[in-house]
Design a protein around this ligand. Structure first.
Ligand code: ASP
Ligand code: MG
Length: 478
């Protein structure tokens, strides 16, 4: 990114660690997180910490903003004390020093005051703009940095709480802002390096940035991972460790498959597909800046800190012997089908189909076209299905009248099951294995899509057959 150098020898000794919402959401987690930072600080010369809002707090904030906009009355009386209580309890448990705790709670009260002002303004206007929502949502991380930095200091680690609004410059795409890496690099080096030189552990808000005018933005839900990546690139870190509440990236959701296990090494392409197809892994934007800068990335468990977790690798294929790495499921989908004999060979039907869907603002995650049946199928979130069908029926009124299109309809609620692994599509027999495993379990496959990414195969199955499908496929992983 053409950053200014001059930080020579330090480069190899900088570690960025990000703690997610559950990792800073309760006393046990905070205790573990503190221990993790303390031991990292013994091994690394520089440690920079990025924290999310405590679990549930961002949802509470956004939900309150929506209710204030809708004029739901008791929200101003209820939400601010709830937000305060959530953090005061943590301060009480984690910061024994009375003076320190009192100062911390005074800072919490200033944030609670800001929250009340924002809610009142939203209530008066009757509208929560994206800009206002970012101002509200930013409060969770601002509580977290103050709390975590205070815990470190209380236990003898010099630390400073920093707001990423001073570091990460973004555009004004509120709720999903895009960072300017060059300017962010300069600001971050200028403002963070002096603290590192003094031996402090900076604790930085995840999720946040600011426009050139200094207006607070957010990087999108789950964006703290992305913050860690941005700061790691800006500071030329050697490694980024993402601390979460599972043992790294798993072969399947352990709530569905009891013998799901950690994948020790996973390629960036595979993790990208997994994130896209619903695995709770990493914010998808995290990966690219980190690969491009050659920074090592690991996913670890705050609640099981000695577990080696998952390492992400830039190698094309993470494991030559393994074709299938993981299986995921996205619930709550419906398959919308446009069907008709007269569609055969009519140019532009697909384009008009997707145009009509796009006009409803729905994102399509799976498409399949069957030439023999003369149909186009697309998976959409169940709650959008009626809207999508309506838009398609309007777009094809004439074709429906002429009977070129017979039917446009949505299926019952279904699940997209995705099998991820590099090389799968080129390894003869893997697809066959998958389908015979499903056949043995009597799972009926409603639709199939094989992404051009060569890393994933997706299938749609009925909601009540999902668990059987996932388990059957999981049993194929060596
Ligand atoms: N607190 C933000 C969210 O809940 C960002 C994050 O957790 O990564 O989306
Ligand atoms: Mg989170």
């Amino acid at each position: 990114f053409g950053l200014t150098k001059g930080h020579g020898a330090m480069k190899e000794s900088l570690l960025v660690m990000k703690f997610g919402g559950t990792s800073v959401g309760g006393p046990e987690a905070l205790e573990n997180a503190w221990r993790v930072v303390d031991s990292a600080k013994r091994e690394w010369r520089d440690v920079v910490v990025v924290v999310s809002a405590a679990s549930g707090v961002t949802n509470l904030l956004l939900d309150s903003a929506f209710r204030a906009a809708a004029g739901v009355k008791p929200i101003l009386e209820e939400a601010p004390p709830q937000l305060r209580e959530r953090h005061v309890v943590l301060a009480d448990r984690m910061v024994p020093d009375q003076a320190r705790k009192a100062a911390l709670i005074a800072e919490f009260d200033a944030l609670v005051g800001a929250f009340e002002d924002l809610l009142r303004a939203i209530q008066v206007l009757g509208e929560a703009t994206p800009r206002a929502l970012d101002a509200v949502a930013s409060l969770g991380e601002r509580f977290s940095v103050r709390l975590f930095s205070e815990i470190l200091k209380d236990r003898g680690l010099p630390s400073v709480a920093l707001e990423a609004t001073e570091l990460i410059l973004t555009d004004d795409q509120f709720q999903s802002a895009h960072p300017n890496m060059l300017e962010t690099g300069q600001r971050t080096q200028e403002r963070v390096l002096p603290h590192l030189k003094q031996g402090e552990v900076p604790v930085v808000t995840g999720f946040l940035g600011a426009t050139a005018e200094g207006v607070t933005t957010t990087l999108g839900r789950g964006g703290s991972d992305f913050s860690a990546a941005i700061l790691a690139v800006a500071l030329q870190a050697a490694e980024v460790w993402i601390w979460t509440d599972v043992d790294g990236v798993m072969t399947a959701d352990p709530r569905i498959v009891s013998d799901a296990r950690t994948i020790p090494l996973l390629s960036y392409r595979e993790v990208g597909e997994l994130a896209y197809f619903g695995a709770r892994v990493l914010h998808p934007k995290t990966i690219r800046p980190v690969i491009e800068a050659g920074i090592r990335l690991k996913v670890l468990n705050t609640f099981n800190p000695n577990h080696p977790g998952t390492e992400l690798t830039a190698r094309r294929q993470s494991d030559d012997r393994k074709t299938i790495q993981a299986v995921t499921a996205i619930r709550g989908q419906k398959l919308v089908t446009v069907e008709g004999r007269g569609m055969l060979g009519v140019p532009g039907v697909a384009a008009r189909t997707f145009g009509a869907v796009a006009s409803t603002g729905t994102s399509v995650i799976l498409i399949s076209q069957a030439s023999s049946e003369q149909s186009i199928c697309l998976a959409v979130p169940a709650e959008s299905a009626d809207r999508v069908v309506g838009a398609l029926q309007r777009a094809f009124v004439i074709e429906i009248q002429n009977r070129d299109i017979d039917r446009i309809w949505a299926s019952e609620e279904a699940v997209i099951v995705t099998v991820v692994g590099v090389g799968m599509q080129h390894t003869p027999g893997v697809a066959g294995q998958i389908f015979s495993a499903l056949g043995k379990e009597n799972v009926n496959v409603i639709a199939i899509a094989q992404g051009s990414s060569e890393v994933a195969i997706s299938l749609m199955v009925k909601a009540d057959e999902m668990e059987r499908a996932v388990r059957a496929i999981h049993s194929l992983i060596e």
